[in-house]
Design a protein around this ligand. Structure first.
Ligand code: ADP
Ligand code: MG
Ligand code: ZN
Length: 478
């Protein structure tokens, strides 16, 4: 039997607010345990939550960018469960009236484009962290993260392969980062993704029983976990078994998923409106104002890069892959208006170094001015393209100006007729046979002679000039 895979995603994005969702505590990562807490996020009796306006604003901006309908009447609900990292015994979330609904993200899979529908996105608070140290006498609880604002973004079950999921997740992450509402860091857990996955026989309309996957903290693991789970479920079904509806944990060391718990139902959580929070109404004018100040989003910027700069789709896609890189590219083009040349350098030499160092373009040790001054040296003929490529790693590593490196290494391109003329005369004298052939009409031999001149100049001769001078000295074709 052949099966089709059906996948829907739940993504939790930590919002980049200064303070928590319902109290004034800070949200910085990596501070001493429990130093970012107060009676509200510790769940002390008698304390009252107050909604963080910035978090609401970020949720609305994200909803607008995801083409959602924004709910003007918002309710917060208590989701009740017990766990040591949840001191109140409930999480404040949204259930019946989420802040965003019915959106879509256009996803590119190979040459095809496909919409993935957003079912809803709602605001909630994060839990703390339980710390289990090897050899420790018991476990500890750090509540610094408790109460950090989260936006949970849920898709319809629209994806049909691991590649589609990765493409959706990349696009969603780009959008969140363009909006500056989330730092997108999957390793640190600021962006967490939980795929829901089921199989059905090809041609069948009803969905199969789904499994929810957790503990996936990189794009690589998203793909591996989904592919593992497809194989596992296929095997179960082919052996006549049934898929248990459950939550499974990805184990990246073993490359496997394993049962964590059987899936709970919504009614297990006893959702009810939080009596401590009045309904939140959003003014339509405020939503409109936020709509007007949305930045240019990745897909739109990509289209503009094709139209305005005449770049290939591919280049435009890579360059708009992050806001920092797209900004870097545009800063260069303002100083050096040759978009395709700039694109080649940014996508080639620069990205190679940045990726190796795991750096964003915003943190590049070679800024746009530096890169442009290198391009200008090539443009003016001071150095050859080959030399420019060769010195780029040094430019990147040393922080020196390109002029300085060129001077120190004596790499200046030789273009003056005097010095070139001498080398050319020598080459002509040493290669009488080829010179004869050229004069006899064998034009292709010119390339060989140019090569000889380049070689004896140590690669520094200006090839255009060499061509021109050689032709002049050899005279017309016989
Ligand atoms: P739950 O109540 O278990 O959380 P939901 O209906 O809220 O389930 O859906 C959670 C996620 O699972 C959504 O992203 C949805 O698109 C996806 N989903 C729902 N049913 C299926 C299915 N049969 N196969 C794959 N994904 C599904
Ligand atoms: Mg759910
Ligand atoms: Zn607090």
């Amino acid at each position: 039997m052949t099966y089709e895979v059906v996948i829907g995603l739940e993504v939790h994005a930590q919002l980049l607010t200064q303070s928590k969702m319902f109290c004034a505590c800070g949200t910085k990562f990596g501070l001493p345990a429990n130093s970012q807490t107060c009676p509200i996020c510790l769940g002390m009796p008698g304390t009252l939550p107050v909604i963080n306006k910035k978090a609401v604003e970020m949720a609305v901006r994200t909803g607008l960018a995801l083409q959602c309908r924004i709910g003007e009447q918002n309710r917060f609900a208590r989701k009740n469960y017990f766990y040591p990292d949840l001191p109140k015994g409930y999480q404040i979330s949204q259930y019946e009236a989420p802040i965003c609904e019915h959106g879509a993200v256009e996803v590119e899979v190979g040459p095809a484009k496909k919409p993935v529908r957003i079912r809803r996105a709602h605001l909630e608070e994060d839990a703390g962290k339980n710390i289990h140290e090897a050899g420790a006498n018991g476990s500890r609880v750090d509540l610094n993260r408790a109460g950090t604002p989260l936006l949970e973004i849920v898709t319809e079950p629209d994806m049909r392969s691991a590649d589609e999921v990765v493409a959706y997740l990349k696009m969603l992450r780009e959008i969140l980062m363009y909006l500056e509402v989330c730092d997108g860091n999957m390793e640190e857990g600021s962006l967490r993704c939980e795929p829901n996955l089921s199989l059905r026989p090809v041609g069948q309309k009803e969905f199969g029983t789904k499994v929810e996957l957790k503990n996936i903290n990189s794009f690589k693991f998203v793909k591996e976990a989904i592919e593992y789970e497809i194989k596992r479920q296929t095997k179960v079904l082919n052996e006549g078994g049934k898929i248990a509806q459950e939550t499974r944990l990805w184990d990246s060391d073993k490359g496997e998923t394993a049962t964590m718990r059987s899936k709970e139902e919504a009614h297990d959580y006893r959702y009810f409106p939080d009596p401590d929070l009045v309904p939140l109404s959003l003014a339509p004018e405020w939503i409109d104002d936020l709509r007007k100040t949305l930045p240019e989003l990745p897909a739109v910027r990509q289209r503009r890069f094709v139209g305005e700069y005449g770049l290939p789709e591919y280049d435009a896609g890579v360059l708009t892959g992050s806001k920092a890189l797209a900004d870097y590219f545009e800063a260069c083009v303002r100083l050096f208006p040759q978009p395709k040349t700039v694109s080649n350098w940014v996508m080639g030499e620069l990205l190679r170094e940045l990726n190796q160092a795991g750096l964003s373009a915003a943190a590049s040790p070679v800024g746009p001015e530096r890169l442009v001054s290198l391009l200008q040296l090539v443009e003016k003929g001071t150095i050859s393209l080959k030399v420019a490529r060769e010195i780029f790693p040094e430019l990147y590593a040393s922080g020196k100006a390109p002029e300085e490196i060129v001077k120190a290494k004596g790499l200046t391109q030789v273009s003056d007729e005097g010095s070139l003329g001498k080398i050319i005369d020598e080459v002509i004298a040493k290669n009488p046979t080829q010179v004869e052939q050229y004069r006899g009409g064998k034009e292709a031999v010119l390339g060989f002679l140019v090569g000889q001149v380049m070689k004896s100049s140590g690669g520094k001769a200006n090839p255009g000039k060499v061509n021109e001078l050689l032709k002049k000295k050899l005279g017309g074709l016989g």
